[in-house]
Ligand binder design. Sequence first.
Ligand code: CP
Length: 292
Amino acid sequence: MQHLVDTNNFSDQQIQNLLYDAKTFKAKRPPQLLCDKLLITLFFEASTRTRSSFEVAAKRLGASVVHLDPSRSSTKKGESLEDTFANLCAMEPDGVIIRHSDNEAPQLLANMQMTPVINAGAGNYAHPTQALLDLFTLVEHFDGDIKGKTIAIVGDIVSSRVATSGIRLFRRMGMNVLLVAPKPFMPKSDLPQYENLEDVVDKVDVIMSLRAQLERHASPLFDDYEEYAKHYCIDHKRLGERDVLVLHPGPVMRNIDISDEMLEDKRCKVLNQVKNGVYMRMAILKLLLLDS
Ligand code: CP
């Protein structure tokens, strides 16, 4: 039984297969490969993109999807995560997709070996499907040639599971990763660190902007995010005509993370990421439910 807790669960060959399948599915609507499969989603944190993307991906492949809303589940009566999961598994799903604030939650459930577990975001530890869809977007844009390309990750890196998973995967794929953040948002890392965006704009092929994750800050780290935006917002003034791809996992805080005008710029691939997320998640579901 294979799980996806983070991308290190997949071999290099499996990642290449995912990229191939995602590209194939994008080029031509695939057959109903998963028509006899049923998935359960269990999102203990809010989501727009990931939850709906998984549902669309599953349904495009013919699978059924059942959502359990933890805010209306017996979690509210004190049932543990493990017991909730075991009870769902007694209904014989073909996989459970989980988002949780606890870094360890997906691994804990995967260790129970009851059904494939897919991590849809855990604390600040990992968001592997986001990293894989971002990789797909980069491979597509650079026509497969991402080795040696440089990506700057900008913003609230310390709170970001997108950054954690992305850094692991991009480095594994041979990319150079730079971190750009004010001190309170900078994690401990052996990667090159910068406080000023201006110091990196001429060195990078890609900028990945991240949202300030206010819900993960025990107390506000900044009094004023407009002041933060003056230094870190990705806008035309800062980027000029440079040939730099702009990514963001969403949700975007407009004019704090990325300016309105830059969101309309052809260099900005935010909605391409969302579109590619469906194809990559189709590929992931195929791998976990059929190929392994
Ligand atoms: N990128 C991402 O995880 O978005 P959601 O929180 O809306 O799922």
